[in-house]
Each structure stands twice: as C-alpha cells, then as structure tokens.
Design a protein around this ligand. Structure first.
Ligand code: BEZ
Length: 226
C-alpha cells in the first residue's frame, strides 16, 4: 500500500530543477545541463525500441522537429535500450514515416540501458510495463526548471501537436502576465492572470479587456500587440 514511499524518486514536480546527468546518446556523450544550453528542451521517453507505437511517435516527432526548433526547443528521446539498438531501429523510424506524417530520425536518443536517467526522472513504475520506461514527457525551460510533465499509457501514442501547443502557452506566459484558456492556440485571446489587479492590468493592457466574469478577463494575445 505504501509502496510509493520506497521509490527512488517519489516524483518530480513542475518547478523542480530538471536533474542533471551524463549519458551516452546516438549523437555522442552529453552532459544534460550543458546540452540544454539556456534554451528549452523536450525530454521524452518511450518504452522500447522496435515496438509499433514508439516507432510512430518518434517518426512524427522528427517531422515536427522544425517546429520545436522555431521555439528554441531541443528534442531528446530516451529508452532503456543501447546505442546499438537505437542505431538499428533508426531505419525503421524512417520506414514508417510515410504512414504517419513522419520523418527520419533527426534528434538524439539517450541509451539508458542501466536505467540511471529513467530512475532519476521517475520514468519507471515498478510493477508496470516490466520495468520499461513509461511514456513520459518533460518540458524544461532556460532556467533548467521543469515546466510540464506528461505520462501516457504504453498503448496510447502521444499527440505532439498538443505538446507544441502547450509549449506555446508556456513560452507566452513566461513573458506576459496572461494564462491561456481551454483549447487555446497561438493568436487566440488570453486570460489576464488572476493575481493582477484591474488597476495594475490597466497599466499593461492599454486596449482594455473583456470581463466575462470579474476573474475571467480576456485580452488579445499580447505577443501580437504589446
Ligand atoms: C508500442 O510502442 O507499441 C508498445 C510498447 C510497449 C508496450 C506496448 C506497446
């Protein structure tokens, strides 16, 4: 019942510094914090090389890499496979591309065969998936803090357009005193953060806002107008 207390890492939280590590990847050995290099990053894990859903996910992420680049966001994958396995699997990722709006692999994969990074990030759930990495996503900011954490079941491929959408919100709200509503996408109206009084908001949002409720104040996407 209290099994969770025995876990090596009971859980990273949004706002924590992303744990640093050294690791072998398909593009050489990296120190994670140095590799981040003051930009954003998406670190994401898949359960196993040579599995179907994972092949589709990595192929799709490769196709979207230019979108991550535009957002100053590096992409790095991880599983508990070796560099040799990653290298052999790479061909398959290219092969499935045409079926899933994907592309050939164009970002590094961490070879975490000793599970060191997976344990550090709580990507392994004892009793689930035979000690393989569950589908995890961590978005990390230039301050090296975790901005987003997602966990998906092995049987469900992720939607990386949704991750880009969340990244747009994270980057916008890091710069402006707004939050983003349900289903928001770039250019849509935003919400003035609740902590900002009307008096203070008047100094920032010169064109005013539409108060649907006193606490729900809609403004134009400030990245387009301020
Ligand atoms: C897959 O990628 O298809 C997969 C991997 C592990 C468990 C189930 C599915």
């Amino acid at each position: 019942m209290f099994n969770f207390l025995k876990r090596k890492n009971p859980g990273l939280r949004i706002g924590d510094i992303a744990p640093d590590f050294n690791a072998e990847t398909t593009q050489g050995v990296i120190n994670f914090h140095k590799w981040l290099d003051n930009g954003y990053a998406m670190l994401f894990s898949h359960p196993k090389d040579f599995t179907p859903v994972c092949s589709t996910e990595l192929s799709r992420t490769a196709a979207l890499k230019s979108e991550f680049d535009k957002r100053n966001t590096k992409v790095i994958g991880l599983s508990v496979d070796s560099v040799g396995d990653h290298a052999m699997w790479e061909n398959d990722i290219g092969d499935v591309a045409e079926y899933f709006n994907g592309a050939a692999l164009n970002f590094p994969l961490i070879a975490d065969n000793d599970k060191k990074v997976a344990e550090l990030y709580g990507m392994i759930h004892p009793g689930e998936l035979d000690n393989l990495t569950i589908r995890s996503v961590f978005i990390i900011g230039p301050d090296k803090k975790i901005k987003l954490i997602m966990t998906y079941p092995a049987s469900t491929g992720r939607n990386f357009l949704e991750i880009l959408r969340a990244l747009d919100s994270i980057q916008l709200t890091a710069k402006h005193k707004v939050a983003t509503p349900v289903d928001w996408k770039q250019g849509d109206d935003c919400i003035i953060i609740p902590g900002l009084s009307d008096d203070d908001a008047r100094g920032i949002f010169k064109d005013g806002w539409n108060a649907i409720k006193p606490y729900l104040r809609l403004v134009k996407d400030p990245s387009k107008s301020i």
